[in-house]
Write a protein that binds this ligand. Structure first.
Ligand code: ATP
Length: 135
């Protein structure tokens, strides 16, 4: 099977949606193998979003992501990378379908509740970034 890095971003934690997100992951049939609630440090978030450096939304995104606690998780299961992105819905919560996490709970692109890795390579890189001990 596969593993992915999932974040419940500060908006999701603040709104009390950690249980909702974990419940959907578990009911789908995936397994949590690591979980950590913490205020993410700037270096970790800058590495995580390095591909967006220079874009207009980058600075406010880094501010937002370091402003309050997030939950980072490693989730394992069959094709979990693709499957979790389907559970999350597309980046823009207005376009995300009802029934997805973003479609059901979010309205603002920056504050779209969750992150999930988008490929095997990025999953391994992101797991190393948030959970060096599980690399
Ligand atoms: P994530 O990487 O968080 O799962 P994603 O892969 O769906 O999201 P990306 O295009 O990689 O989307 O963007 C990363 C994050 O940056 C988004 O989840 C969102 O929080 C923020 N973001 C992306 N585009 C915008 C935008 N136009 N305005 C504000 N924030 C944005």
């Amino acid at each position: 099977s596969e593993r992915t890095l999932v974040l419940v971003k500060p908006d999701g934690v603040r709104r009390g949606l950690v249980g909702e997100v974990i419940g959907r992951i578990e009911r789908k049939g995936f397994t949590l193998t690591a979980l950590d609630l913490r205020v993410m440090d700037r270096e970790t978030i800058e590495r995580h979003y390095a591909e967006h450096e220079g874009k207009p939304f980058y600075a406010p995104l880094v501010e937002f992501m370091t402003s309050a606690p997030s939950v980072a998780m490693i989730v394992e299961g069959e094709r979990v990378i693709e499957s979790f992105r389907a559970l999350a819905g597309v980046t823009d919560p207005i376009k995300a379908l009802p029934g997805t996490i973003r479609g059901d709970f979010a309205t603002i692109t920056r504050e779209n509740i969750v992150h999930g890795s988008d490929s095997v390579d990025s999953a391994e890189r992101e797991i190393k970034n948030f959970f060096p001990e599980h690399a």
